[in-house]
Design a protein around this ligand. Structure first.
Ligand SMILES: [Zn+2]
Length: 111
């Protein structure tokens, strides 16, 4: 069972993470738009730009799904079974929750 003080700390941490991830989403969204035609920047650098765009697109998808998990964690934070592994029901270590507050699985089940 997680103490109220730890829940409050985790809640603040989740809100900070949400802010960070939202900023990342804005930045990555701007970076993953259409790439200019070849004649504008040359064929090789256009391929680089497409590669970078694909990487940013993947990061953008990751950031969006992390935000969904963080939002969900925040709605659950005061629930008695917040911090319990969804799979085995064991408590998720506080260290893991501080690192990844959206964790829904203990280290064993996540691995
Ligand atoms: Zn587990």
């Amino acid at each position: 069972m997680i103490s109220q003080a730890d829940r409050d700390r985790l809640r603040r941490h989740i809100r900070q993470e949400q802010e960070k991830v939202r900023r990342d989403i804005v930045y990555l969204g701007a970076q993953s738009g259409p790439v200019a035609p070849s004649n504008a920047i040359g064929r090789l650098s256009r391929m680089d730009a497409i590669g970078a765009r694909n990487i940013n697109g993947a990061k953008l998808r990751d950031a969006r799904s992390r935000l969904v998990l963080l939002d969900y964690a925040l709605t659950r934070i005061d629930h008695p079974d917040f911090g319990l592994c969804t799979s085995c029901g064991d408590p998720i270590s506080l260290a893991r929750l501080q690192f990844l507050p959206e964790s829904r699985f203990c280290v064993e089940c996540a691995g």
